[in-house]
Design a protein around this ligand. Structure first.
Ligand code: SF4
Length: 371
């Protein structure tokens, strides 16, 4: 099976692990995608659901790793090949002088990405009527796996260690949305400036569109190399149903913000996360991606994965065929417009672990292999 199709299948169905402790700790709760584990297949590191309801019944099984960290993967008993797991990073063993474990400040995503949620609280997460139905930002905080506010000094300390000890190559800074019109841009700018003063590490910042487009230049001047503003769903009815609070910021406002941000960060350095499988059709997603790619925004389309404990925990994942029908044409559209994951300086589009999109790109460019 071609690698990109296998990744679609694994991200839709998840995997069962014979040894749940294999590799780095899995992500549970937190902002954005969760309940995943990083697995390396055919040279690509991807996030695969392991703690979700579909994963417990997945036809895919990963055996216990051998002495070299390699595991056999099978489907319905038929061995398909080998996978491996990125190791637990060394910086997880350290703590700040005041006793906060580094792993509560930032974590490893994929193979070489340092990721943090600067503010683990969000104005959208206060009540069930406003919360984004897929989000678990409060769960890891309630479970004591993270702290509510990571200071610029803490982030700089952890980023320096992650680069020096584990060879981390870029950083993602997301944030819950604080009260106030800048939507978190100020705190992201302060955090990026502190990290850049400590270590040379490309940074993507992620926030809702701020009230004032001047924040894009401020974040860039502070040290942010790339920006993510995440639509999540692309049509207003789906947005209103799935994320009633965040949907108050319209798709039209997102497009205004994209138009203002691309000249600051550059073509392909502004991206948006789109969750396929929440109700938008293939055509609706591809139409919005057409508009985004025309203005130089990288649409990072990922399969929706339900997170345990959220209102959408029983919502189905999109089928591999649905993802294939989007990612195939999308990768061609993006290459035709000069947008490639490999050219992104930092962030989710560069990491690519939550989607098979960059594998489709590699195939289309003739750089991929088949397993
Ligand atoms: S694509 Fe983004 S959210 Fe997914 S593992 Fe990579 S950095 Fe994390």
């Amino acid at each position: 099976m071609p690698t990109e199709r296998l990744i679609n299948e694994l991200q839709s169905y998840g995997v069962r692990l014979v040894d749940p402790r294999a590799g780095a700790d899995s992500r549970r709760g937190g902002a954005g995608p969760s309940d995943h584990k990083a697995i390396t297949i055919d040279g690509m590191t991807v996030m695969v659901p392991v703690h979700t309801a579909p994963a417990f019944e997945s036809p895919y099984l990963v055996e216990k790793p051998d002495a070299y960290g390699r595991s056999r993967i099978s489907r319905d008993g038929l061995v398909l090949g080998e996978v491996s797991f990125p190791l637990q990073p060394k910086f997880y063993g350290l703590s700040t002088a005041d006793g906060v474990p580094y792993s509560k400040i930032a974590v490893l995503h994929g193979r070489d990405v340092l990721a943090t949620t600067v503010l683990q609280t969000c104005i959208r997460y206060q009540s069930r009527t406003k919360t984004c139905q897929f989000c678990a930002i409060g769960q890891s905080l309630a479970a004591g796996r993270t702290i509510a506010h990571k200071t610029p000094a803490q982030l700089a300390e952890v980023a320096k260690a992650a680069v020096e000890l584990d060879g981390v190559r870029h950083m993602v800074m997301t944030t819950g949305t604080p009260p106030g019109k800048d939507r978190g841009a100020k705190i992201l700018a302060e955090s990026a400036a502190a990290v850049k003063a400590a270590v040379d590490l490309p940074i993507q910042v992620q926030c809702e569109p701020p009230d004032d487009d001047a924040w894009f230049a401020r974040m860039s001047e502070a040290g942010a190399d790339a920006l993510g503003m995440h639509l999540e769903a692309v049509t207003e009815p789906v947005r209103a149903r799935i994320m009633p609070g965040k949907a108050q910021v319209s798709v039209a406002r997102y497009f205004e913000a994209f138009e203002a941000a691309v000249p600051v960060f550059g073509r392909g350095q502004v991206s948006t996360y789109i969750l396929a499988g929440l109700g938008d059709t293939r055509e609706e997603i591809l139409d919005v991606c057409d508009r985004l790619t025309r203005i130089g925004v990288y649409p990072f389309v990922v399969p929706f994965v339900p997170i345990s404990g959220t209102p959408l925990e029983s919502h189905p994942t999109p089928s591999p065929a649905f993802m294939n029908a989007i990612l195939g044409p999308l990768s061609g559209m993006m290459i035709a417009r000069g947008l490639k994951a490999i050219d992104v300086k930092a962030g989710c589009a560069k990491c690519g672990a939550c989607s098979a999109l960059s594998t489709y790109e590699r195939q289309a460019l003739g750089q991929g292999g088949c397993s």
